[in-house]
Design a protein around this ligand. Sequence first.
Ligand code: HEC
Ligand code: HEC
Length: 368
Amino acid sequence: MLKYLKAGLLGLAAVAATGSAFAADIVEGEKVFHKCAACHTIGEGAKSRVGPQLNDLFGRRAGTIGGFKYSAAMVAAGEGGVVWDEQTLTQFLVKPRDLVKGTKMAFAGLKKSADIANVIEYLKTFDPEMAATVSGGETGEEAGKEIEVAKAETPAPARPSEPDHEGGLGLGRRATADEISAWDIDVRPDGLGLPPGRGTVAEGEELFSENCAVCHGDFGEAVGRWPVLAGGQGTLADERPVKTIGSYWPYLSTVYDYIRRAMPFGNARSLSDDDVYAITAYLLYLNDVVTEEDFELSSDNFAGVRLPNESNFVEDDRASEPEYAAGKEPCMSDCKPGPVTITMRARILDVTPDANDDDEENAGGGID
Ligand code: HEC
Ligand code: HEC
């Protein structure tokens, strides 16, 4: 799916370069669709996920994709006559709950009317009937094909010529420095691995409400059953502890690393490094670790920020246990002299059958 979307974007960008006024909208619309892509798929092979697949949307009666579990509200809307077209989609996307009260689409709505118009234009390219009205009749799928051709014409990047595997099978090639740096993004608690950058609580608030609040709530309190990101302090000993960044996580580096790597859900790696600093700063604010809206988190002050629960985590001290003491190598083979015999058996799980499967005899559990 991701591959498909990318191909679509490039193909459409090629259309934009020819100067069509409509095409620019579609390219913008594809960017807007990233917000929808957390829950919806579109294009060849699209399947319903958190939300229904959105191919052939125009003229679709609301709530009618087979196999998708709609809310009662959406089904009722369809039965009541809501059919998706430019007008109903515009109303729906401004504020989904205004058009379909009780919809389970956990999306606040698009604020800018240009975003709505553009995303609708983009959705049309995946509806064969509507595609005729945009960008000279090109469907999203055709745009995808176009790029296949374009790809074939681009010369393959030069391969590094040094011998790759000394003594190996001679397969593959060495990863390039760019490939390695794209993967090598882990951040350590002491700040090692952080990219340079900065961002304030106030900037983070805006980014969070655009990119994260649909699932995690405006204040990290979570919408429905998406994860809670703030609060919960003092609940760790409760029967149902609320584990959040503020109540549980030991290090801020995990927050930065996790968001940069994995969020927003469905559109990972779409935020800039500065965006992630700003959002991390806002999460510190939501968790009362910092209190000023103009607090700026940066690669310089990052390692100095401590999360409240850090001291409840202990270092792994197994190395000081007697069997590891004084550089003694742990035994990994032939550790017991003589043959191995079964002396006990798991009582409940019955996990060690013996030759004649007579469990009663040795009931007791264990191996000597
Ligand atoms: C957080 C997940 C989520 C996001 C983000 C989201 N949707 Fe949805 N969408 C859903 C769910 C769930 C439904 C089904 C709603 C129901 O049954 O009440 C839905 C339903 C719809 C429908 C009705 C389809 C039908 O078959 O009747 C349309 C159209 C739609 N979404 C478009 C969009 C667009 C466009 C965006 C982005 C601007 C978007 N959605 C963002 C989850 C999401
Ligand atoms: C479409 C819904 C959705 C959106 C949008 C979203 N998230 Fe998430 N988030 C999730 C889900 C689902 C998980 C749990 C993932 C897992 O456990 O594998 C999660 C987990 C997290 C966690 C870890 C929580 C924990 O305690 O384990 C953080 C932090 C987080 N998200 C931050 C963000 C930020 C910041 C954004 C915006 C840039 C964002 N998320 C956008 C759905 C979403």
